[in-house]
Design a protein around this ligand. Structure first.
Ligand code: SAM
Length: 358
């Protein structure tokens, strides 16, 4: 039996408000691709370093085509990513725009996010297919900009919080790492979290594991570049098969939720921890109820989750916890893996930081 829905009267103000939101999204989606181009071609960097420029001057300084640059600058000024001085016809960056768009070492740097968005949206046809047929897309099958984008997107947050507040929030781990402990960083990607810890705790030893060989190749080079390869070892390994070194800490940075077997990963982490060790599980900020995710952060993380995290787990017949998994789902996986204790140790606007202990 089909239900006949009666047309509802349209409220003009509400319609205009909704269409206004849509137009913002049209512009934002297109600008996002242009921000990516600006990062790749050094357009922001050159504006930041060489100062105000007309389109022709910026094109000449970046060895790019003036006509494209002129159009790009209009889009960027319309979105508030660059400023325009009508009197001189020149564009420039404010100090805030400059830091957020060009300084990879600043906690305010956001450039990596646009690499992630470019990579994830280029998977859209494939994901559409998985909506129909099930299955998923493995992490390593994505556009390589996902790997470098993830590194650049997450590293500023790790640099700002990992040593200053996340590790100190765990039970006795900071003292162990200062004195000289052992850490396994699971799903380490390009190793930014591993290297930040290795720089902060020179007496400790670090092992980074990831099942994506290309990421491990890059992580090894990053360790050499950072001068920490004496105390960091990166290897290809599945989370549920890492070697037993009786680690003082096992960490999962933004990866447990997209694993094919998060319970198996937790089980192995629990087995390879030394007595009195802790697992550090960093997960994206998300609400405990569905409706607590109806905000700008929940929108971003559930979007990334649909195109990547959920899909990576489904590709392995996994439970697809997803990037907005409620705390109860993470707790369930962690306790099913054999840990006895689980708590939220701390949080930031973008991350939940959990501690699990045997
Ligand atoms: C979102 S990325 C996070 C990378 C890194 N932790 C960071 O914060 O920059 C997720 C990572 O988990 C890795 N991964 C997913 N499932 C895994 C598994 N079963 N074993 C090991 N690594 C895994 C992926 O290859 C990817 O590098």
């Amino acid at each position: 039996m089909s239900v006949v829905l009666q047309p509802q009267p349209i409220n003009e103000d509400k319609m205009n408000a909704f269409l206004g939101k849509v137009v913002v999204d049209f512009g934002a989606s297109l600008s996002s691709a242009l921000v990516y181009i600006g990062q790749k071609l050094g357009l922001y960097k050159t504006l930041a370093d060489a100062g105000p420029a007309t389109p022709a001057e910026l094109a000449q300084r970046t060895n790019t085509n003036e006509r494209y640059v002129r159009e790009w600058l209009i889009n960027q000024a319309a979105g508030g990513y660059v400023e325009y001085d009508a009197a001189t016809g020149r564009y420039h960056l404010t100090p805030e725009q400059s830091v957020a768009l060009t300084d990879e070492h600043s906690p305010f740097y956001v450039g990596g996010g646009f690499f992630v968005i470019k990579a994830m949206t280029s998977a859209v046809s494939r994901i559409e297919d998985h909506f129909r047929k099930g299955g998923g897309m493995l992490w390593g099958e994505h556009d390589p900009d996902l790997f470098v984008g993830t590194e650049r997107f997450f590293r500023p947050g790790y640099a700002a919080h990992l040593i200053a507040s996340w590790i100190p929030a765990l039970t006795g781990i900071e003292d162990k790492l200062k004195a000289g402990g052992k850490v396994a960083d699971i799903g380490c990607g390009h190793g930014s979290s591993t290297i930040i810890m290795a720089q902060a705790y020179p007496n400790s030893r670090f092992w980074g594991f990831d099942n994506h060989p290309k990421s491990i190749e890059t992580a090894k080079q990053r360790a050499i570049d950072a001068g920490v390869s004496d105390r960091v070892t990166f290897s290809v390994a599945n989370a549920s098969e890492i070697p037993d070194e009786q680690f003082d800490m096992v960490s999962f940075f933004d990866c447990l939720h997209d694993m094919g077997d998060p319970v198996g990963a937790c089980k192995r982490a629990s087995e390879v921890l030394a007595a009195d060790g802790s697992a550090l599980i960093v997960e994206p900020m998300a609400g405990d109820t569905v409706e607590e995710n109806f905000n700008i952060i929940g929108r971003t993380f559930s979007g990334a989750s649909t195109l990547c995290c959920t899909s990576n787990s489904l590709a392995q017949d996994g439970p697809a916890l997803g990037a907005v998994a409620p705390e109860s789902a993470i707790r369930e996986a962690v306790l099913a893996g054999g840990f006895k204790e689980f708590r939220r140790a701390t949080e930031t606007p973008f991350n939940r930081i959990f501690e699990a202990r045997n």
